[in-house]
Design a protein around this ligand. Sequence first.
Ligand SMILES: C[S@+](CC[C@H](N)C(=O)[O-])C[C@H]1O[C@@H](n2cnc3c(N)ncnc32)[C@H](O)[C@@H]1O
Length: 274
Amino acid sequence: METYRLNPLSWLLVEGVDAEDHSNQKCFVLSTLTRHSVEAALSLAEWFKKDLAPPLPSPFEELHGVPLFDHEKTPILDSELHNLVLEGCAAHDNLAIGTLMRESQDLFRGLQSLTDCCGGDGTTARAITKAHPHIKCTVLDLPEVIKTAPADGVVNYVAGDMFKSVPPSQAVLLKLVLHHWNDEDCVKILEQCRKAIPSKEEGGKVIIVEIVLGPTLGPIMFEAQLLLDMLMMVNTKGRQRDENDWREIFMKAGFSGYKIVKKVGARGVLEVYP
Ligand SMILES: C[S@+](CC[C@H](N)C(=O)[O-])C[C@H]1O[C@@H](n2cnc3c(N)ncnc32)[C@H](O)[C@@H]1O
């Protein structure tokens, strides 16, 4: 399959990773920058000119007739693309988790339970359990994904739909999830997360790992963030967000406050409180 590569430096900066994560990044780059995505990017000018009815399809969906992450429709478009997307998602789940665990120990301290919402094959949840064995981790993902997840006896896997409910836990993790969705959907997802956690006094929180757009990290990093903004806009209905965008979504979903805990590469780690 024909693939296209971004400047590798941008990706290293975006993920803020070390050597252990490089192969995973390559895989994710391959999965998101296939011929289909590049064609969608090239069709962007036409997409802007069209008077499309809401809900607006992404340029990828408008051009190819299917969303990028669709377990039923994408294999019909191109099974090789779908397998690459699945492989890329698994690798994506691995992205920078080593760095995150090393740099953000406080994030998980004192937690009794955590749900990794859209946790795929459980790579992130297993890394958290390994570093903090007392945390009872649950992974929520779609049934098609959960049925292939490893029965490791360490992580509890739940098949479901985050728009309908999220398994209850002291904390919910949303790592690299919300950038795939528009603001309205993000509010719906966060409302379900809020229902799943206890009060702030009882340690309830949602942990979000996402880009917080802004030039403060320097021009190269900002460029890398904007590059990922383009990637999301072309491939999905999502986008990258600055702090004001995040605050607005959190408040609409009924949260009382938030804190930007850390920057990991171009990404931020946020805690959001009920
Ligand atoms: C690219 S995100 C993976 C994010 C992952 N947490 C990471 O760190 O890379 C895609 C995941 O979201 C899952 N997903 C999509 N829609 C979902 C839904 N409505 N409910 C639960 N999981 C969903 C997909 O099956 C897929 O595993």
